[in-house]
Write a protein that binds this ligand. Structure first.
Ligand code: MEV
Length: 306
C-alpha cells in the first residue's frame, strides 16, 4: 500500500511580529521541533484521521479541500495520522506545519511535482480559510526552512545565510490567542492609524537592519535590535507581564537582547545570548517562571521521511 510520511518544522519569529501582517518584512527561523503527517490508503474505503498533538484538525481538512480543488483529485479514502515533537501550546506554528506537511504528503501521494511557491500559495489559502487572518510567514518557514526574509505577504521570500544563532527560548506558560490579538491590533490600526503605522515602519527598519546583522553574524547587535523591536511591541500593547518578567530575567543574566516571539500575550520569548552565558540565562528564565525550550534554529523545511 502506498504510504507517505512527510515532516515540517515549527518556527520562531525573530523580528517583525505583527508588522508583517501589514505587508512589512519579518525574519523567521525554522526550528528543530517537527510535526509529521502520514497518508495512506484506508483499508475500508472511508477516511480516517488519527491526529495526536494536533489540537485543530480543521487545518488538515482545509489542506484536503485546497488539494482537491487545485488538483481536481478526490481524496476520499485516506487514512491520515500525525505525530508531533512539540506542543501546540508553545506557539511554534503547529497549524502551519500540519497544513504544509499534509499538502506535501498529498502531493507525494498522487505523484505531483509541486514547487515551493505553489505549495506556499496552497498552504496560505488553506490557513486563511480556517483562521481568516495571518501573514503566511509561518507556512513559508515550514516549506523553505532555514532563516527567511519574508516580505509583502510572501511576494518576496529569500533565505538568509548565517552562522549558528545563539538563541535561548523561554515558554511563558500561557498559550497566545493569535487571532484575537491580531484583531485587537487591527482595531488599534483603525483607531490610531498614524501612530500604529509609525510603529510598523520603525519595526520594518529594525527588521531590515537585523537581516544585515544576521548575515554578518553580529549577534550582539541583533540582540539590541530585538530589544528595540520589543519596545515597539510593548507600545502596541501585545506584551504581557509574564513575558516581560522572562525578558527582564534573561537580560539580567547576560542576554544581549530579548523579545517576545509571535502574537504576544503568551507563547514564547527569545533571547540572543553569548554562548558562555546560556546556562545562566536559562536558569534565570526558569527562576522567573518560564520553561526553557531546547530547540535548534535554522532547521530544514518540509521533507519526505523514509
Ligand atoms: C503570530 O505568530 C505572528 C503575527 O505576526 C501574525 C502573523 O504574522 O500571521 C502576530
Amino acid at each position: 500500500m502506498n504510504s507517505i510520511t512527510v515532516s515540517a518544522p515549527g518556527k520562531l519569529l525573530l523580528m517583525g511580529d505583527h508588522a508583517v501582517v501589514y505587508k512589512n518584512p519579518c525574519l523567521v527561523t525554522a526550528v528543530s521541533e517537527r510535526l509529521s503527517v502520514s497518508v495512506t490508503e484506508s483499508s475500508d474505503g472511508a477516511s480516517h484521521f488519527l491526529t495526536p498533538g494536533v489540537s485543530d484538525t480543521r487545518f488538515i481538512e482545509a489542506a484536503l479541500a485546497v488539494a482537491k480543488k487545485h488538483w481536481r483529485q478526490s481524496f476520499d479514502a485516506l487514512s491520515i495520522t500525525t505525530q508531533s515533537m512539540f506542543s501546540g501550546n508553545y506557539g511554534l506554528g503547529s497549524s502551519a506545519a500540519v497544513t504544509v506537511a499534509t499538502l506535501f504528503a498529498l502531493g507525494e501521494y498522487c505523484r505531483k511535482q509541486i514547487g515551493k511557491k505553489e505549495l506556499f500559495s496552497m498552504a496560505y489559502e488553506a490557513i486563511l480559510s480556517v483562521q481568516r487572518v495571518g501573514s503566511g510567514f509561518d507556512a513559508a518557514s515550514a516549506i523553505w526552512g532555514g532563516t527567511l526574509w519574508y516580505d509583502r505577504l510572501g511576494k518576496t521570500i529569500t533565505t538568509v545565510p548565517h552562522t549558528p544563532m545563539p538563541l535561548v527560548v523561554g515558554f511563558s506558560g500561557v498559550k497566545a490567542d493569535t487571532p484575537t490579538i491580531v484583531a485587537e491590533v487591527a482595531k488599534k490600526y483603525e483607531e490610531q492609524r498614524e501612530k500604529v503605522s509609525r510603529i510598523f515602519a520603525a519595526i520594518a527598519k529594525l527588521t531590515t537592519d537585523a537581516k544585515a546583522k544576521t548575515e554578518e553574524g553580529d549577534w550582539e547587535r541583533v540582540g539590541k535590535l530585538m530589544d528595540f523591536n520589543q519596545e515597539y511591541l510593548r507600545d502596541l500593547g501585545v506584551s504581557s507581564e509574564r513575558l516581560e518578567s522572562l525578558i527582564v530575567a534573561a537580560k539580567g543574566a547576560g542576554a544581549w537582547g530579548a523579545k517576545l516571539s509571535g502574537a504576544g500575550g503568551g507563547d514564547c520569548m527569545i533571547a540572543m545570548v553569548p554562548p558562555e552565558k546560556q546556562p545562566d540565562v536559562s536558569r534565570a528564565i526558569e527562576q522567573a517562571g518560564g520553561k526553557v525550550i531546547h530547540i535548534t534554529p535554522q532547521a530544514v523545511g518540509v521533507r519526505r521521511e523514509p
